[in-house]
Design a protein around this ligand. Structure first.
Ligand code: SF4
Length: 306
């Protein structure tokens, strides 16, 4: 049953991102002109389905957008978190932000009920680390490398900050083959990501993994269904999901997957995960085992993600 595979959901609550970074499929799309909000019936269907996903552990409120465009979005995220907590107590909530809209009036660092936030500064005009910490009650700061800081806030929320203007990304990948300038390597491993990390686009389309975005032409054939017409369980039990899972688990890759490097590694420590200590993991705050030797993983804990 594919529903039992779902460990993480990315739920996009609107369409807008002010940036068009060249390492993101938004560089191919026009998502910086108008805001289209996710319909309530799509959000309600996700909340309704959550108790039927026994292995769900994480829920994210970003996809290819900037979640915190105004204060109302923080309130909406908090309301969804409250509803999900009523029906499923084992879910961690998180979001990524590009900091474009951080202000005292829109202080999502302080006001959100998330467990974990990943925030990145992409341009000089966005808040620096020093400017950002004025918005939060910082309990302790752990500097892992120039431009990379992990903050532990007083209420237990973790904020990971990365200043891309100081320390650019060292590893980029082609987001399901959509960014051809980053398609430098062939995929060598079968993929088991299908439905483990589900993506829900603002238009209700359900995507099989976090790399795929339904407006990208290369990803359109892999839309599993739409939550305005079907329930999540109907989509997960449908033929598109079953056949895509079967193909990629057997390394019978469609073009979108042929150069995808997501989880294209054999884990050295299966069943366990450690905290990242070099700041370069793609799975922050956890080590993804690609930079072992740069400090090595921090304290280990049982891995419930794989
Ligand atoms: S190989 Fe395909 S299905 Fe797997 S993570 Fe990459 S794009 Fe997604």
């Amino acid at each position: 049953m594919l529903r039992e595979r779902v460990k993480s959901i990315e739920l996009e609550l609107h369409s807008y991102c002010p940036k068009q970074c060249d390492f993101c499929p938004n560089s191919l799309l026009e998502r910086n002109e108008k805001v289209v909000y996710t319909e309530e019936r799509v959000i309600d269907e996700i909340i309704r389905a959550v108790p039927m996903l026994p292995n769900l552990r994480r829920m994210a409120f970003h996809r290819y957008n900037e979640p915190f465009i105004h204060r109302g979005q923080t309130a909406k995220i908090n309301a969804i978190i409250a509803k999900i907590k009523e029906v499923h107590r084992g879910v961690e909530f998180w979001a990524a932000s590009n900091l474009s809209f951080l202000s005292e009036g829109n202080n999502f660092l302080r006001d959100s009920q998330l467990h974990f936030m990943m925030v990145r500064r992409y341009e000089e005009k966005d808040p620096s680390f020093e400017a950002m910490v004025q918005f939060v009650d910082v309990h302790s700061v752990y500097t892992v490398s120039p431009g990379n800081h992990i903050l532990f806030l007083h209420d237990g929320k973790i904020v990971y900050y990365h200043d891309v203007t100081v320390a650019p990304f060292t590893e980029l990948y082609d987001r399901g083959g959509s960014l051809v300038h980053l398609s430098t390597r062939r995929r060598t491993q079968p993929c088991n990501r299908i439905t483990i990390n589900l993506g829900i686009d603002y238009n209700g389309n359900v995507m099989p993994c976090s790399n795929m975005q339904s407006q990208v032409p290369a990803h359109e054939p892999h839309i599993l269904g739409n939550l305005r017409q079907s329930t999540l369980l109907e989509i997960l039990g449908g033929e598109p999901a079953a056949s895509f899972y079967e193909a990629t688990a057997n390394a019978d890759f469609p073009p979108a997957c042929r150069s995808c490097q997501s989880k294209n590694v054999i884990r050295r420590f299966p069943g366990r995960r450690g905290w990242c200590t070099c700041g370069r993991s793609r799975n922050l705050p956890y080590c993804d085992e690609t930079h072992i030797g740069n400090g090595g993983p921090g304290p280990w804990e049982e891995d419930t993600e794989l």
